[in-house]
Design a protein around this ligand. Structure first.
Ligand SMILES: CC(C)(COP(=O)(O)OP(=O)(O)OC[C@H]1O[C@@H](n2cnc3c(N)ncnc32)[C@H](O)[C@@H]1O)[C@@H](O)C(=O)NCCC(=O)NCCS
Ligand SMILES: Nc1ncnc2c1ncn2[C@@H]1O[C@H](COP(=O)(O)OP(=O)(O)OP(=O)(O)O)[C@@H](O)[C@H]1O
Length: 197
């Protein structure tokens, strides 16, 4: 089984790109979706122990948590130390299950692939990327996003140019989904040919 890590900076189209691989039969692991689920379940007691103000009846409230982190950036590594090992454990379980089912491709969509060392757990790194103006237009359309928040998020992420340098493959998402789908189809073909060789 080939393990493909898809990453990219905020708004660069990594979820869209990862879904394009899933359309070719890859098992899809979405780290961000796992965080959403953990915040309604398993992670609640651990987050509550450090950030009690971020908890509501539904679990961890992301808006409240984001407000705490905006006030106190030193809290982010504390949160990451709780969340990242849990996300990695889920990824490892799913990867083992996919292997035992004899699946050919596993795609893990990890926003912080380079930042968290996930690069070492994958066979191939795919970076979703688009021109920065397109990225900014996409991100600033989101409810609650401000230029300041966008800049703060970018400052915490490995820059796009470095991501592109460290990628095995780049998927340009700056045109259309159809154009990106053709690039993904080429990557899948190249990986299949390499696996068969
Ligand atoms: C701070 C939180 C509550 C904000 O939630 P919210 O729904 O408002 O934003 P969202 O999660 O969509 O993130 C917005 C952007 O910030 C980026 N981002 C999220 N966490 C981090 C981080 N730890 N470091 C750098 N960038 C991050 C995301 O990749 C995304 O591009 C949430 O991002 C969080 O709990 N982060 C810590 C867990 C984590 O590291 N998740 C990343 C994937 S494993
Ligand atoms: N290949 C593409 N062509 C055109 N638009 C795209 C493409 N990929 C993504 N988009 C658009 O860009 C936006 C962000 O895409 P997506 O959610 O996949 O990005 P992301 O990198 O996973 O985002 P984030 O890290 O911020 O959660 C969406 O509005 C999506 O429709």
């Amino acid at each position: 089984m080939i393990v493909i890590g898809v990453t990219g900076s905020i708004g660069m189209g990594k979820s869209t790109t990862a879904r394009l691989f899933a359309a070719h039969g890859a098992v899809l692991h979405d780290a961000d979706a796992v965080v959403h689920a953990l915040y309604r379940g398993e992670a609640v007691p651990l987050v509550a122990a450090r950030f009690p103000e971020a908890i509501t009846e539904e679990g961890v409230d992301r808006v409240k948590l984001a407000a705490i982190l905006a006030e106190d950036p030193a809290a982010l590594p504390v949160l990451e130390a709780i969340v990242h090992p849990m996300v990695q454990a889920v990824e490892a379980e799913r990867m083992a299950a996919a292997r035992s089912e004899g699946r050919a491709m596993f795609v893990t969509d990890v926003p912080l692939l380079f930042e968290t060392g996930a690069e070492n757990r994958v066979d191939v790194v795919v970076v979703a990327s688009a021109p920065s103006e397109i990225q900014a237009t996409r991100v600033l359309k989101r409810p609650g996003m401000t230029p300041e928040r966008f800049a703060a998020i970018l400052a915490r992420q490995v820059p796009d140019a470095e991501k592109r340098r460290r990628a095995h493959f780049i998927v340009d998402t700056g045109h259309s989904k159809e154009a990106s789908a053709l690039i993904v189809a080429d990557i899948v073909r190249a990986l299949a040919a390499k696996a068969a060789a």
